[in-house]
Design a protein around this ligand. Structure first.
Ligand code: NAD
Length: 482
């Protein structure tokens, strides 16, 4: 495959495979089709499974010294770094994100491989004392075949986030790419091939989630599922997983709140709002979609946030605009409908709320104030550049408002009172709490949710243990030779 291709294939067991049916890929900045990709069939799923099973059974990834697997992972990282420049425009075109963010996404993907390369030879078991008559130890075995379902908002980053620890632990992986942004992530297959990943250790299938994704996760030979996407799809995958008791990691949505206290540095807040809700056009699971502001700073924050939103340049990702288009016409319509509904329910529209008058799937940077917990804008994920601001009076009320949704992915607090920040970290119901900077943390820090945001953790050392099974060996030591 090259970046000038207009028709893309599935990657199955080391080969690029075409199909009868294909999907059109739109450029959200123009609304025009610029490429097509082959739709995998159910027999492609079977082929990928057979190749993955053969890879697992051959021991090619597990019989070697783990340090050799680490070297392979480092080589993959190097190959990803080498293709980042060339492949980033494709991600920018299919997703709409800025070119600089697209390049960064490839570099983050490389970092995942480097990070887990460093862990590949440190997956160490424990020795458990049971007294003189026993020797007991545990070791970690790869799960086997990991099926990974990727969403469209950060396809390269999220694909690498699960692929890297799975391979580092010695598994074979079958990835289902998102229907609308499947192209750039095929470059990860190219990087893996160039680095010498054995055939069968990775397949990437494109095609409709309800057919190909569903066939993959329901397959009896799949040993683990990692799903990143919407709550509704996650729930349907969990039902399928129940059939074979397939262990699953669920990275779902969010409606995350930042709490701004009287002593907050408002410049820090504004910088975090800029990235927290307008980066990637707000299509981030851990977006700062709610801002809870102490009443003493409320009017000031609403005014400054509105000024920031109106100051963002709007344009195509290739032009590195601040606010890029949302991913699809459907996504644009959904966001505009939610804005309309918020106004109907009584939220105060401070700015935005419409599609700007231009081609492509753009939505204005939108700020609503006076949003109350009974409004759907307070509780439901928008997945667009739409911020809901709510005032509060006391710390207790702030925690109660922040926790008043069914999600629990991340949360944040802006204060320079350290004891209050610690209280926040305990009171906020989320998998990760940011203090004075939204998106603080990185690939080294465990990430995942509670409640409807899902379960299991990605990133950090903790994630690796989702890709292995613990085996305990308990040995009775006989008193003397018989
Ligand atoms: P989605 O649920 O519509 O699709 C996600 C993936 O699931 C796609 O690849 C799709 O083809 C596949 N799929 C659809 N139906 C399936 C089925 N029945 N069986 C198997 N696979 C199926 O989600 P989306 O619209 O692509 O992504 C947006 C959502 O993802 C948002 O809710 C967002 O919050 C969430 N998300 C979460 C994280 C996280 O790490 N927690 C990260 C990014 C996105």
């Amino acid at each position: 495959m090259t970046t000038t291709n207009t028709h893309w294939h599935n990657f199955i067991a080391g080969e690029w495979v075409d199909a009868k049916e294909s999907t059109q890929i739109y450029n959200p900045a123009t609304g025009e089709v610029f490429a097509t990709i082959a739709c995998a069939t159910k027999s492609d799923v079977e082929r990928a499974i057979s190749a993955a099973r053969a890879c697992v059974e051959s021991g090619v990834l597990t019989d070697c010294r783990p340090a050799q697997r680490a070297e392979l992972m480092y080589r993959i990282a190097t190959e990803i770094r080498l293709i980042a420049e060339e492949a980033a425009p494709l991600l920018c075109q299919e997703n709409g994100k800025s070119l600089s963010d697209a390049k960064e996404e490839f570099l983050i993907a490389a970092r995942y491989f480097e990070y887990y390369a460093g862990m590949a030879d440190k997956i160490e078991g424990k020795s458990i004392p049971l007294g003189k008559d026993y020797v007991d130890f545990t070791y970690y075995e790869p799960v086997g075949i990991s099926a990974q379902i990727v969403p469209w908002n950060f396809p390269v980053d999220i694909c690498a986030r699960s692929l890297a620890p799975a391979l580092a632990a010695g598994n074979a992986v079958i990835v289902k790419s998102p229907e609308i942004t499947p192209l750039a992530m095929t470059w990860l297959a190219t990087a893996c091939t160039r680095a010498g990943l054995p055939n069968g250790a990775l397949s990437i299938l494109s095609g409709p989630g309800r057919e190909i994704g569903a066939a993959l996760v329901a397959h009896p030979q799949v040993n683990q599922i990692v799903f990143t996407g919407s709550v509704a799809t996650g729930q349907s995958i969990l039902k399928a997983a129940a059939e074979h008791a397939t262990p699953s990691v669920m990275e779902l949505g969010g409606k995350s709140a930042a709490v701004v206290f009287q002593d907050a540095d408002i410049d820090e807040v504004l910088e975090s709002v800029r990235w927290g809700i307008f980066f990637n056009a707000g299509q981030v699971c851990s977006a700062m979609s709610r801002l809870l502001v102490h009443k003493d700073r409320y009017a000031e924050v609403v005014e400054k946030v509105a000024a920031l939103a109106q100051d963002l340049s709007v344009g195509a990702g290739m032009d590195n605009a601040d606010l890029t288009p949302v991913v699809s016409l459907q996504q644009q319509q959904q966001i505009l409908d939610i804005c309309q509904q918020a106004e109907t329910q009584g939220a105060r529209l401070v700015c935005g709320g419409k599609a700007p008058d231009r081609a492509g799937y753009f939505v204005e940077a939108t700020v609503f104030a006076d949003v109350t917990p009974d409004m759907s804008l307070f509780t439901d994920e928008v997945f667009g550049p739409v911020l809901a601001i709510t005032p509060f009076e006391s710390e207790e009320e702030a925690w109660q408002l922040a926790n008043a949704t069914q999600f629990g992915l991340v949360a944040g607090v802006f204060t320079h009172d350290l004891t209050r920040a610690i209280r926040a970290s305990r009171a906020l119901k989320a998998g990760q709490v940011f203090v004075n900077e939204w998106y603080a943390g990185g690939i080294e820090t465990p990430f995942g949710g509670i409640g409807l945001s899902g379960f299991g953790r990605e990133k950090g050392q903790e994630a690796l243990y989702s890709y292995v099974n613990t085996k305990n060996v308990a040995i009775r030591v006989t008193a003397e030779n018989r």
